[in-house]
Design a protein around this ligand. Structure first.
Ligand code: UT7
Length: 321
């Protein structure tokens, strides 16, 4: 049987940290106390004007490839999860493939599952590898959410940041990604969305992120608890065997509630929401990369990742490192 293992991780945050107080200085009617108490966020990063998702993705990808000790041309499938692509087309993945100098004719495509995009991408890559059709995948989450924020809406603009995270997954005889679960429920599409589109060369409708925060909060708490348990059950392992939970980083209160459901103390949960804000599809691979590089996540350990995003989409994976 062919398994897929994580061989390397990489991450990239653009520019300097922008604190909650910096947002006040930019004229947003908010406070550090409100943001920190409701979300756990203290700072986030924003890409400079003109910097695109593919540029952030490229830096994270190079770091992941270096950590995996392989060459760009060893990557035969490249998946980018993003809701803020450089263009309508070509895909951000093909731009990253070109930037990396990959000329092996391997597959490259984007997926759109908003904040759950990385989990979707990882689950897909695992299935390509397990089928024997591909040997080495690069899965990236990359976002410039600052481009779709309405700076006059304090209920959303303080929550998000920009960044990219990446992992290299490779074929192995030893189990790595042991279980995945992906779900969607389109009936909830309107509680978190960017309700605009491009037609005849113009943006029609509203091009900014809109969210019913309380509805999203309740939905996220419910499905994240369920899906984390689902992958634990599918893998047939016990809660005690989980070393780390690496959740989507949207809100510390949502994260605490999922950890409780999994019976995990918070010192087994990787949190970056305080420093990164919500970087959507990039949040999980960025958090994974932080914990791998600072030595918390080590070879032989067991990790659960989980995410939820607009659509609604949600999913999880149980991974042995
Ligand atoms: O990737 C998934 C993405 N999204 C999420 O995970 C978000 C899930 N939802 C949440 O995290 C929370 O709902 C929020 C943090 C977004 C909001 O917290 P809340 O406790 O649901 O606050 P609220 O929207 O009910 O607003 C409460 C008050 C309101 O004032 P009044 O009407 O009570 O006077 C808001 O105007 O807080 C006010 N408010 C703010 N005050 C200071 C809203 N945003 C801000 C702000 N600074 N940035």
């Amino acid at each position: 049987m062919i398994h897929a293992r994580i061989a390397g991780t990489g991450g990239y945050l653009p520019g300097e940290a922008v604190t909650n107080d910096d947002l006040l200085k930019r004229g947003i009617d908010t406070s550090d106390e409100w943001i920190a108490a409701r979300t756990g966020i203290r700072a986030r990063h924003f890409a400079a004007p003109g910097v695109t998702a593919s540029e952030l993705a490229l830096v994270a990808a190079r770091r992941a490839i270096e950590a995996a000790d392989c060459a760009p041309d060893d990557i035969d499938i490249l998946i980018v999860a993003t809701s803020t692509p450089d263009y309508i087309f070509p895909s951000t993945a093909t731009l990253v493939q070109n930037g990396l100098g990959i000329r092996n004719g391997g597959a490259a495509f984007d997926i759109q599952a908003v904040c759950c995009g990385f989990v979707y991408g990882l689950a897909m890559a695992e299935k390509f590898i397990a089928s024997g059709s591909h040997r080495r995948a690069l899965v990236i989450g990359a976002e410039v959410f600052s481009r779709i924020l309405d700076w006059s809406d304090r209920g959303t603009c303080v929550l998000f940041g920009d960044g990219a995270g990446a992992v290299v997954l490779e074929a192995s005889s030893v189990p790595g990604v042991r279980a995945t679960a992906l779900h969607a429920d389109g009936s909830n599409h309107s509680i978190l969305c960017v309700p605009g589109n491009v037609a005849s060369g113009k943006v029609t409708g509203d091009p900014f992120l809109r969210m019913d925060g309380q509805a999203v909060f309740k939905f996220a708490v419910k499905v994240l608890g369920e899906v984390a348990q689902e992958v634990v059950d599918r893998a047939g392992v016990s809660h005690d065997s989980i070393d780390w939970l690496v959740p989507h980083q949207a809100n510390i209160r949502i994260i605490q509630s999922t950890a409780k459901r999994l019976k995990l103390p918070m010192d087994k949960v990787v949190t970056t929401v305080d420093r990164h804000g919500n970087t959507s599809a990039a949040s999980i691979p960025l958090a994974l990369d932080c914990a791998v590089r600072d030595g918390r996540i080590r070879a032989g350990q067991r990790v659960v990742i989980e995410g939820v995003g607009g659509g609604f989409t949600w999913g999880a994976a149980l991974i042995d490192f």
